[in-house]
Design a protein around this ligand. Structure first.
Ligand code: 4AZ
Length: 257
């Protein structure tokens, strides 16, 4: 996150960190963010798993309640293996279009359990199908991604920033992204272009408050650079995927929070 502030995981208790075991590395390497939407399910971005259905789930792991990536705090954290990875069937990024950039991870602890609600771990609500907020609505993006586009390291600590929803007609204007932004995406930025998601925030949440509850409207997906003028952050439009989420998880209703 560029231009944001360090936050505690209790402020974003639905955030997940997804790690990938690499042969040469001692520790699992941070791959992407995610959002806990049900005790056994984390929503993330399809592009986080470039091997798609061929991804070896045994190399993936998920941590909830994670404040600092390189510190272990078992008071807060809950650790999981990935039981199943479901990448959207129509995500095909050969053309780098990022359309349908959505994936689900079914999580299980080593004792076979799902997430347990605590101060640091809690599900985000999913908004009703096709619900839209007006342009200018203020939302929060959170993650462990870069604090500047040209830094070579990601943030050690969870950070968040307030961004505003950009009208679809504006974001698809030729001065912005033109036809690169599909109906399955929306844009968000800060009015002075100082705040944005950045590399390694991918898969993580954009949440917006409605009637005192936080709803997951977006998944960090892509953008040209970070915090650049006329180049908002682009997010997967979660409200286009309620049916896909229901079908994939087998959960008939996801409303908890
Ligand atoms: C990335 O490379 C990335 N500014 C994620 C988000 C944004 C740009 C790049 C949005 O994962």
């Amino acid at each position: 996150v560029v231009g944001g502030t360090v936050t505690t995981v209790e402020t974003q208790p639905w955030i997940a960190s997804i790690f990938h075991k690499v042969r040469a590395a001692k520790r699992p390497v941070f791959r992407c963010g995610g959002t806990l939407i049900a005790p056994c399910w984390v929503l993330s971005a399809a592009h986080c798993f470039p091997d798609g259905a061929a991804t070896s789930v045994s190399r993936l792991s998920v941590v909830l309640g994670n404040n600092a990536l390189n510190e272990t705090d078992l008071q807060r954290e809950q650790h999981f293996q990935v039981h199943r990875l479901i990448v959207h069937e129509e995500f095909d990024n050969k053309d780098q279009s990022f359309n349908n950039d959505i994936a689900l991870l079914e999580i299980r602890s080593s004792s076979g359990k799902c997430a347990v609600r605590s101060e640091s771990v809690r599900t985000a609500c999913l908004p009703p199908e096709h619900r839209m907020l007006p342009p200018g609505a203020v939302c929060d993006v959170a993650g462990y991604g870069k604090e500047g586009e040209h830094l070579w390291y990601i943030s050690q600590y969870l950070r968040q920033a307030q961004v505003e929803l950009v009208a679809q007609s504006v974001c698809t204007d030729k001065d912005y992204y033109g036809g690169l932004v599909t109906d399955n995406m929306f844009c968000a930025a800060s009015p002075d272009w100082s705040k944005d998601a950045c590399k390694s925030d991918s898969g993580g949440p954009l949440v917006c408050e409605v009637d005192g509850r936080m709803f997951l409207f977006g998944i960090v997906s892509w953008g040209h650079g970070c915090a650049m003028a006329f180049r908002p952050g682009v997010y997967t439009r979660v409200t286009n995927y309620n049916r896909w989420i229901r079908k994939s998880t087998g959960l008939s209703a996801i409303t908890a929070g």
